[in-house]
Write a protein that binds this ligand. Structure first.
Ligand code: HEM
Length: 419
């Protein structure tokens, strides 16, 4: 993601929603998902501050339109996995902004969701992804080769923001010069700017409209062709035996761009900051190629980047609370992977960890459709990086800058190595 908020957000100007009658006062905490307290020290560290002993499974915050927050791994997992009680009708906060979000099929519940998901799975299956492995490896190798002789780089700007985007644009057969504008739309959707839910809704809607206007001519050009790029495969997919409608195709292709552009970008930077500060772990990974491949799952557990929501589908009792239809529950995936009751010693990357538990890719019917691609991008990055830059560290005089939102972000990741 190339664009960050031009001006720092001002939490004190942010509007606060009044506490509804069904929310007990003891459950209220002031937590702003777009400006977490303590974010300077790290995104994951900032989320972890709220997971203290005695905190209820669900707390309620007046920020971002007023919503619940799941505070532990069990609750995050349970809400993700039960669409009959916790609907995808709205998944982004503030709710006003989430209602403007038109990506397909993320806002559908089963059974409506199922045929769209089949189309996504076809295009992003392990078999499809294996076919592009050589291409992905060449993109990584070329990029790292251009950095290696320099002895330093800003990993976020020069690798993480470039590699997954190049991979995705190649798979989708789109020109690289379109990346800055698409990255801007992605930022507007995952970290919308504004001090009120209405202002944030306007920013998010503009990002959504931007994606739709961008993909419309692409869809028209590729429909009915036998091209094999990811967009053509999706546009020509059938939904319940009929061609996908134009309106739904706009949402589906836009979602692919959003999913492919913002998540891996930020995940990679979080991972590399950690590796640069943990030489023993780097050595361990380099000793054993199988361990390196398996490490991806532990990396995903350790560095979750997504925090989206579910809407309470009907009035119900849940975990000792009365929830009302339409209430929103934020699911910070950081609070699952880093929950020590599920993953002992959670800050440590433990390559021997068994039974690891996380929601980094969500859960239930909407579990990330791009996870095979994401996993391949992570493994190839590690393999190709270690081949050319086996020892590396961070510059201690420059600190990474963290942002929270629907997808977390990190900028300013200077790495150094013997050239
Ligand atoms: C580290 C990288 C990634 C992370 C952490 C991640 C995370 C997630 C999460 C949490 C969801 C669940 C959304 C929900 O339940 O509402 C999701 C869904 C999705 N992701 Fe990813 N993702 C990653 C990479 C990718 C990539 C590379 C693609 C490729 C296009 C992708 C495509 C999708 C799609 C299409 C969905 C929607 C699935 C559905 O609604 O059925 N993701 N992702």
């Amino acid at each position: 993601m190339a664009t960050m908020p031009d001006q720092p957000l001002q939490p004190d100007l942010r509007s606060r929603a009044p506490r509804p009658d069904h929310v007990p006062e003891a459950h209220v905490r002031e937590i702003d998902m777009y400006a977490l307290d303590g974010i300077e020290a790290g995104y994951h560290e900032a989320w972890k501050r709220i997971q203290q002993s005695g905190v209820p499974d669900l707390v309620w915050t007046p920020f971002t339109g007023g919503h619940w927050i799941a505070t532990n791994g069990e609750t995050v997992r349970e809400v993700y996995n039960d669409p009959s009680r916790f609907s995808s009708e709205v998944i982004f906060l503030p709710k006003e902004a989430g209602e403007k979000y038109q990506m397909v099929p993320t806002r559908m519940d089963p059974p409506e969701h199922t045929p769209y998901r089949k189309a996504l799975d076809k295009g992003l299956s392990l078999n499809q992804i294996r076919k592009v492995e050589d291409k992905v490896r060449t993109i990584a190798a070329d990029l790292i080769e251009s950095l290696a002789p320099r002895g330093e780089c800003d990993f976020s700007a020069e690798y993480a923001n470039v590699f997954p985007v190049k991979v995705f644009m190649a798979l989708a057969d789109l020109p690289m010069e379109d990346v800055p504008i698409l990255s801007r739309y992605a930022r507007m959707m995952t970290r919308p700017e504004g001090n009120t839910p209405e202002e944030m809704a306007r920013d998010l809607e503009a990002g959504n409209d931007g994606f739709f206007a961008y993909v419309e001519p692409v869809i028209n050009a590729r429909r009915g062709t036998d091209r094999e790029d990811l967009i053509s495969v999706m546009v020509n997919a059938e939904i319940d035996g009929k061609p996908i409608s134009h309106e739904k195709a706009l949402g589906l292709i836009s979602l692919l761009l959003l999913g492919g552009l913002d998540t891996v970008v930020n995940f990679l930077s979080f991972m590399m900051i950690h590796l640069a500060r943990n030489a023993d772990l780097v050595e361990e990974l380099q000793k054993d190629s199988l361990a390196l491949m398996r490490s991806a799952e532990e990396m995903f557990r350790r560095f979750p980047v997504v925090s989206e929501a579910r809407m309470v589908a009907r009035d119900q009792e849940y975990r000792g609370l009365h929830l009302k239809r339409g209430d929103m529950i934020l699911l910070p995936t950081a609070l699952h992977g880093l929950d020590e009751t599920l993953n002992p010693d959670p800050w440590r990357i433990n390559l021997a960890r068994r039974g690891l538990s996380h929601s980094t890719f969500g859960g239930g019917p909407h579990r990330c459709a791009g996870l095979h691609l994401a996993r391949m991008e992570v493994i190839i990055t590690l393999e190709e990086w270690f081949k050319r830059i086996p020892r590396f560290g961070t510059r201690e005089d420059i600190n990474p800058v963290y942002y929270s939102g629907i997808v977390a972000a990190v900028e300013n990741v200077p790495l150094v190595w013997p050239a």
